[in-house]
Design a protein around this ligand. Structure first.
Ligand SMILES: *Cc1c(COP(=O)(O)O)cnc(C)c1O
Length: 384
């Protein structure tokens, strides 16, 4: 099935569902059970097995998974969580939902926009409760160093794995290094169902807490009551409605089958981009060729040596070549809502990254012709 939404000749991202995927959803619609139920249970089991973790708890979004992960880490009013500034705003917003304060660490630099463990170490203080590592574009953050640092200071390590399902480090799945990993199934992510998320953990108590808090803090849900006829329940904490439903779980489970192939195709395309772009003057490629082998290759960031050319190059690609680009990301500490609350702060490497970066199209079924068009657009845009 091909997408019917029209847009640029080479969009940043494009979704392609197979007939099996839509059939899996139709089957749930016909079954008469739409909310959390057997498909959620089955998908959670399959995802946990793939990751090699004890528990996978689906929720309504990655934002919800981050919220529950921070709560599980004990984050409350007055506590600080160290997060990168170059990430989606949800990584920091979820700290605020707990009453905590996000403290922004800088990135390593243009070669690696991951959180800088040395700056994290310098920011740890008496009120620090947790550190969140974002695996940017599907490439591992420095979780070895961060884990050691967190252990030394008695802090929880949380992983924002929104970009990185089935990416690995030393053969181990990203999302399994900390107390909890938060995945996203938003439309444009590697494994998507529209809106959805998941909390992965090896910690039994964290899993039980997440299962309760996603459903109003109740000791049992309607599916377990439906099956086991325990017709009452208690509310043992202030929970939320952070549930995923069976329709979306069925779509995710069906798409999980094709995920390894999709990621393999993305890796081939990223290798090809890196070969073709190596010959273009004036740009930089973050990460290394070897990093691609174990990355989920969620997006393809490049940097322009001269930040003055970022805007003109993006307009040239859009207007002359029909190529859509994006920015990953405007730094969170510079957003109005954050400056109003925490004042004007400076994180020089994050700000430099945001001035120099552009994200170019990448998805598993991007063709070589489309890719050539992107590279040609970049080369001509910088030559002029
Ligand atoms: C997409 C994203 C999120 C939020 O995911 P939702 O499922 O939309 O809540 C969080 N962090 C990062 C790094 C993301 O890219």
């Amino acid at each position: 099935m091909t997408a019917t939404v029209t847009g640029p000749a080479v969009p940043l991202f494009d979704l392609a569902l197979r007939d099996a995927d839509t059939a899996a959803v139709a089957e749930v619609l016909r079954s008469g059970w739409l909310t959390i139920g057997p498909r959620v249970e089955a998908f959670e089991g399959a995802f946990a097995e793939h990751l090699g973790v004890r528990h996978a708890v689906t929720v309504s979004s990655c934002t919800a998974a981050l919220h529950l992960a921070y709560l599980a880490a004990g984050v409350g009013p007055g506590d600080e969580v160290i997060v990168p500034s170059i990430t989606f705003v949800a990584t920091a917003n979820a700290v605020l939902y707990c009453g905590g304060t996000p403290v922004f660490a800088d990135i390593r630099g243009r070669h690696d926009p991951g959180i800088d463990p040395e700056h994290v170490a310098a920011l740890i203080g008496p009120r620090t409760k947790a550190v969140c590592a974002v695996h940017f574009a599907g490439y591992p953050a420095g979780v070895d160093e961060l884990r050691a640092l967190c252990d030394r200071h008695g802090l929880a390590l949380i992983e924002d794995v929104a970009h990185a399902p089935f990416a690995t480090l030393h053969g181990r799945a990203l999302g399994s290094f900390g107390l909890a990993g938060a995945f996203s199934f938003f439309s444009n992510k590697i494994l998507s169902c529209g809106e959805g998320g998941l909390l992965a953990t090896d910690d039994d108590a964290v899993a039980v807490l997440a299962q309760r808090l996603r459903s109003q803090g109740m000791t049992s849900g309607s599916w377990s009551r439906h099956r086991r006829d325990n017709d009452s329940y208690d509310a043992v904490g202030l929970g939320f409605n952070h549930r995923l439903d069976d329709c979306r779980a069925a779509l995710l489970h069906s798409r999980l089958d094709g995920l390894a192939d999709d990621i393999a195709a993305r890796r081939d395309l990223v290798r090809r981009y890196r070969r073709l772009l190596a010959g273009v003057d004036g740009i930089g490629l973050p990460f290394t060729d070897a990093d691609v082998d174990t990355s989920s290759c969620y997006v393809m960031p490049i940097t322009v040596d001269d930040p003055e050319r970022q805007g003109p190059l993006r307009r040239h690609l859009r207007d002359r070549h029909g190529v859509q680009t994006s920015l990953f990301y405007p730094p969170i500490h510079r957003f109005t809502a954050y400056e109003e609350r925490f004042g004007v702060q400076s994180r020089p490497r994050s700000e430099d990254w945001a001035r120099a970066e552009l994200t170019i199209p990448l998805y598993g079924h991007l063709t070589h012709d489309q890719q050539d068009r992107v590279v040609e657009g970049i080369a001509t845009g910088l030559a002029s």
